[in-house]
Design a binder for this molecule. Structure first.
Ligand code: ADP
Length: 745
């Protein structure tokens, strides 16, 4: 038989389903499923046969049976008949089969292992009339009397303890990382309690977990008892797979683990949820104790019935919570449907996003703005976090209860946001709703230091021994918040779905409106272009005839000359206005000719031109850094000419007029500012000054058309930039022009 040397470096690979040995409280015979000849037999079967167990290898099961001192009534089938019977109907229907061997009661349990039938004989300790159904019926009705989850679990532990009569029964739940947590316990009074203790995931290797899913109960009757070998005939290299066996020997590591804990017998019942191991009912006895098959079965059924009840209770609690959160989600979505202003809809009513879940703060990152509510990190921190989420998350929601572990920058504000839930509205625009949960220092009591689960021996080698210390070891977990509940997660995912739909609808609507607006704008531009063009011809005629009259007619009196002079002046003004309108209209259609724009030269040119065209040489113009722009040089020159021209014009009558021009790089943008210490602009006009022909009261003593800023705005927007200003009446104005910081190809 193949041997596998196990130490703690490889216990995850230890083939525990083929140990080559069984537990000594019973014996095993493995027969071929087709010939019923013996292929495997445990060494200790010798005690029940006349001769050595090995001599029965290759013999028919009938021969083995006749060598055993079996006493049974006439009508009871023989083992060989039983095999035939069970193979047809399924062994479950006949397990366990009671018989007396050498005057002692035994249960025969039949299972299949590949092409081998396993016949396992275990002592029968219970009255053979033990009624499993009645026992569990009574227990279950008592368990289900309990309403709260903790008392339900405790009651289940109590009932199981009553049936198996072990010293300690614990209900053990696995968390997401695989660590176990004792959530209910029933024990003898003289024992210390393990309730609330955590056991590291490394205590149960992967393949043992898999076996827990297949065998729902597992008894280790006595960790001290010798494990007999399984014999097979010479040349049979196929190890016997004991996955479904009830007598399977225990891994030496696990035996040592139990010994270290002072446990002599152990019994476990698997608690499965959706096919996964949710937890275990783990039972310990401090003296050797075997549990009869029927009692094991009864406890297994309790586990199986308990679990759906437990899931139902959990589900009920969950769905109540979900209904609650989701009702609020639906209400908010209704606001968003009615109000196109999403920020107002989500944060401006009596019910806001901050009332949705157990988060203590939230932030809406939307439309280049952040609206925070409750306890949240600062705006810059939220901005960085949102960027990190967009850069790193593939899904439309992201949540964690340990943010600093994945995003170290969050350590700075872990007291506010150790837990986050991001409902991502748009990745492209970095738009999302963020929910924050504060740090909640968690104190975890481990049954022994989990980091010392593997202890090197003094000689430096790894011993074949698991951890020895189970003394309570307290770990303080920082930078961690309360977890996001299933109900919250489901409701917030729903929020994201509904808002995404809503935003999509609004965006489509907006796109339709935009398209219509663009069409209207184009029509208007075309109209003004045609009108201004067509008006220029009659205007030139008017001006021409006025000139002729003025200069050729000798009979005009002074009054008539004065009137003709006014006509001439107005015609000039109108001509200038028409030129401006033409220029304004043309900027919407002129193709942009992009290139690197040397701003230092451009500003110099503008300044030179202004000095010629204005009489105000007294204005001091200070130019600082001038990073180059990338765009249409002619258009950009026009924009700066208008802005700088205004600054010079509207500050020219100040006592020490100064105009400052400065550009700086701000990440992906270049921002130019042009400030003056001139007349300033009253707040009430702030929204109007970029409109065509808007001339404010402050400008009535200054020449102008009210077209300049409208042109600048159009040029900046054609470059996908932005223009805004800050001003104080009587103090001065600063205009800001933002352009993209692009490098020419
Ligand atoms: P205008 O030809 O009248 O200067 P603009 O379109 O350039 O037309 O400006 C619109 C109005 O904005 C101006 O009439 C003036 O009232 C105000 N304005 C623009 N620039 C300044 C400035 N630097 N200081 C104060 N007011 C300004």
């Amino acid at each position: 038989m193949s041997t596998f040397k196990v130490d703690l470096t490889n216990c995850d690979q230890e083939p525990i389903h083929i140990p080559g040995r069984i537990q000594g409280h019973g014996f095993l015979i493995g027969v071929s499923s087709t010939t019923h000849l013996v292929h495997y037999i445990s060494d200790n079967a010798t005690h029940f046969l006349n001769t050595g167990a090995g001599s029965f290898l290759g013999k028919h099961i009938v021969e083995v049976e006749t060598s055993m001192n079996i006493s049974k009534p006439e009508h009871v089938p023989t083992i060989s008949n039983l095999i035939i019977l069970g193979a047809g109907n399924g062994f479950q229907s006949i397990n366990p089969f009671y018989m007396e061997i050498s005057g002692k009661g035994y249960n025969l349990i039949l299972t299949t292992s590949n092409n081998i039938y396993l016949l396992e004989f275990e002592p029968c300790e219970l009255d053979k009339k033990f009624d499993v159904q009645k026992t569990i019926g009574l227990s279950i009705s008592e368990i289900l009397l309990e309403s709260g989850l903790p008392s339900l679990l405790k009651s289940a532990a109590r009932q199981i303890k009553k049936i198996i009569e072990f010293d300690r029964v614990m209900v053990y739940k696995f968390d997401d990382e695989g660590h176990g947590h004792v959530i209910a316990e029933e024990k003898n009074d003289d024992l210390e309690s393990f309730l609330g203790l955590h056991y590291p995931a490394s205590d149960i290797p992967k393949q043992a977990r898999e076996l827990y899913k297949i065998n729902l109960t597992r008894i280790i009757a006595d960790v001290q008892k010798e494990c007999p070998d399984i014999l097979t005939y010479m040349g049979n290299a196929v190890p016997l797979d004991l996955t479904h066996s009830v007598l399977r020997a225990v891994s030496p590591i696990h035996i040592q683990y139990l010994k270290n804990m002072g446990v002599r017998s152990s019994f476990s019942i698997s608690l499965l949820s959706h096919g996964e191991l949710w937890g275990l009912v783990a039972c310990h006895n401090y003296s050797p104790k075997f549990i009869d098959y029927k009692a094991r079965d009864a406890s297994k059924l309790i586990g199986q019935i308990l679990f759906p009840a437990l899931e139902y209770r959990l589900g009920e609690e969950d769905s109540q919570k979900f209904e609650q959160v989701n009702a609020a989600v639906n209400e908010l979505v209704r606001y968003a449907e009615k109000d196109n202003d999403l920020v107002k809809a989500l944060t401006g009513n009596q019910l806001t996003i901050n009332d949705l879940c157990s988060a203590t703060g939230c932030a809406l990152v939307y439309d280049h703005d952040i609206t925070s509510m409750g306890a949240t990190p600062g705006t810059d921190q939220i901005q960085n976090l949102a960027q990190w989420i967009v850069d790193n998350c593939t899904d439309s929601v992201y949540y964690t209860h340990q943010l600093p572990a994945v995003f170290p920058a969050a350590r700075e504000y872990s007291h506010l946001a150790s837990g986050i839930f991001a409902v991502i509205l748009s990745k492209e625009r970095t738009e999302m709703i963020l929910f924050f949960k504060p740090e909640q220092t968690e104190v975890v009591h481990w049954a022994g230091n989990p980091d010392k689960a593997v202890l090197p021996a003094l000689n430096g080698e790894l011993p074949i021994s698991p951890r020895k210390s189970f003394a309570t070891w307290t770990e303080v977990i920082k930078h961690s918040s309360e977890k996001w509940s299933r109900a919250e997660t489901a409701a917030l995912i729903n929020l994201r779905e509904q808002l995404a739909y809503q935003i999509n609808r609004n965006t489509n609507e907006l796109q339709r409106l935009n398209a219509r607006l663009e069409l209207a704008q184009a029509e208007l531009d075309m109209f003004s272009l045609t009108v201004s063009h067509d008006l220029r011809t009659p205007l030139t005629t008017i001006k021409g005839y006025t000139e002729v009259l003025l200069h050729t007619n000798q009979n005009l009196d002074d009054n008539a000359k004065g009137l003709l002079g006014k006509i001439n002046f107005c015609a000039d003004k109108m001509s200038f206005l028409l030129k401006e309108v033409l220029r304004y209209s043309s900027y919407s259609r002129t193709e942009i000719k992009p290139g690197r724009v040397d701003m230092s030269r451009l500003i110099e040119d503008v300044r030179a031109e202004l000095e010629i065209s204005t009489v105000v040489n007294s204005v001091v113009v200070i130019v600082s850094s001038t990073p180059p722009l990338y765009g249409d040089a002619a258009m950009i020159e026009q924009a700066f000419s208008n802005i700088i021209g205004n600054a010079v014009k509207y500050s020219s009558r100040s006592s020490n007029p100064v105009v400052r021009i400065e550009g700086h790089i701000a990440g992906k943008n270049i921002i130019y500012s042009v400030s003056d210490n001139g007349i300033g602009i009253d707040k009430k006009y702030h929204s109007r000054i970029f409109e065509l022909f808007q001339r404010l009261d402050n400008a009535k003593d200054y020449d102008g058309t009210g077209v300049g800023l409208a042109i600048v705005k159009r040029i900046v927007e054609r470059h996908e930039g932005q223009i805004w200003f800050e001003s104080e009446p009587g103090q001065g104005t600063t205009f800001f022009l933002r352009f993209k910081n692009e490098t020419p190809p």
